[in-house]
Design a binder for this molecule. Structure first.
Ligand SMILES: [Zn+2]
Length: 300
């Protein structure tokens, strides 16, 4: 059985916020699922060392999408090791030239760009590999299946290895000590119909394990997907009602936050767990992304 190590990048020195996965393909060879941001590359090396792995034997990186918390460090790693980066065709050009990505991130994060994300370097063009949906990549005899899974981002890929799927953000956010699965919905390209189709696709692969970026491995995929799907549908209804009654994204954020905090508390989540969800997945961002989607759909 393929050995998969979970590595906690301790983003912002906080445990269990961003995980990436090292998949052994031979005695000392491995691939990475996600690179994490450039700011946590030292942590990544420490995490690999704990598993007896070194960047010298990195064969490839498979990123789920080009948001900075998932793939911001990929360019630096590609330059250092010469390994290829596998990515959705729509994300490929942002890896080789992250200028546009960084400009829009700067609008959101301002002075916090460097402390949060470090220095995001371009990936050499000849190391960027676009993948089709259903494509299989073989590394040392280990098969990695690519599945295009839009919804959270149009450039999203879920990676299947045996009975495990690395779900990136389309599989939601769930922290230890909770079974509450939250859909991260930042602007600009939330697409609820695509997202629900992506969940159906992943369910039909009948995985036994989900490898979430935020955070860790989960072994009850069916109830995980049910909770995620139910929450996506409910939030969308609330967004539609808010829009129909002339409300704003701020009104939607307030409603979602109240509803979600109530559900988290009812599920037994403590203050710190609730804070973790809010920090990683701020409700203002979710409301802005979702409101934009329902407004566009109404105006078509
Ligand atoms: Zn994302």
């Amino acid at each position: 059985m393929t050995q998969i190590h979970t590595i906690d990048l301790k983003f912002l020195k906080i445990a269990e916020i961003i995980s990436i996965y090292a998949v052994r393909t031979s005695d000392d060879g491995f691939v990475l699922l996600e690179s994490g941001p450039a700011s946590t590359l030292k942590r990544l090396e420490k995490g690999l060392a704990k598993c007896g792995l070194s960047l010298d034997n990195l064969k490839a990186i498979f990123v789920t999408h080009v948001h900075l918390d998932h793939s911001g460090g990929a360019g630096t790693l590609a330059r250092r090791t010469g390994c290829p980066i596998y990515v959705h065709p729509r994300g490929a050009r942002h890896l080789s030239d992250p200028t546009k990505l960084l400009t829009s991130a700067e609008r959101v994060y301002g002075k916090m760009m460097t402390p949060l994300w470090g220095k995001t370097e371009p990936t050499p063009q000849d190391l960027v590999r676009s993948v089709d949906s259903g494509e299989v990549i073989e590394i040392d005899g280990t098969s990695i299946h690519a599945w295009h899974t839009p919804g959270h981002a149009s450039h999203h890929v879920a990676w299947q290895i045996g009975d495990a799927i690395a779900t990136g953000d389309v599989g939601g956010v769930c922290f230890s000590g909770s079974s509450h699965v939250l859909p991260p919905m930042p602007p600009p390209d939330i697409d609820i119909e695509s997202w629900l189709r992506s969940i159906t696709l992943m369910r039909e692969l009948k995985p036994k394990k989900l490898l979430l970026t935020h955070f860790g491995a989960f072994e009850d995929p069916q109830s995980h997907f049910e909770d995620l799907e139910r929450r996506i549908r409910r939030w969308t209804e609330v967004a539609e009602d808010t829009l129909a009654s002339g409300g704003s994204p701020n009104d939607l954020a307030r409603k979602l936050e109240e509803m979600d905090t109530g559900e988290l508390k009812a599920g037994g989540a403590g203050f710190l767990t609730i804070q973790r969800y809010r920090k990683l997945c701020p409700m203002n961002d979710n409301a802005t992304g979702l409101f934009r989607y329902v407004s566009r759909r109404t105006n078509v």
